[in-house]
Design a protein around this ligand. Structure first.
Ligand SMILES: [Zn+2]
Length: 113
């Protein structure tokens, strides 16, 4: 195998070079702008990808916010219900006023059993 057949082809225009260094110089000299464009395209593609991901994430955040709001609303309702239940126990309108909120009532009711 002769070393003369080992050629380095330019991936952009196909021109061949006997030395790797010559090809590198050729690409930099002839296709420098092309490389900048290719890099810019890659960066733009990445940005678009990131933008897309960002949209998905922000949609997810909105969804989570909605769930949190609903949970907090449900929690408020539960707390309200508990308060009302507790309130109903202490304020029994059938009892005379001196027995309402009277701690002895619970003690006395247990003695009868
Ligand atoms: Zn070339």
């Amino acid at each position: 195998m002769s070393t003369l057949t080992e050629l380095y082809a330019c991936p952009i225009c196909g021109k061949t070079f006997s030395r790797k260094e010559s090809l590198a110089k050729h690409i930099a000299r002839r296709h420098g702008n092309m490389i900048v464009i290719l890099r810019a395209t890659t960066i733009i593609n990445r940005l678009q990808e990131i933008e897309h991901q960002l949209k998905i994430i922000s949609r997810e955040i909105d969804r989570i916010k909605c769930i949190l709001e609903r949970l907090s609303e449900e929690g408020r309702i539960v707390v309200q219900q508990k308060k009302e239940e507790a309130g109903l126990k202490t304020v029994d309108s059938n009892l005379p006023s001196f027995l309402q909120d009277n701690p002895w009532l619970a003690v006395l009711s247990k003695r009868g059993r």
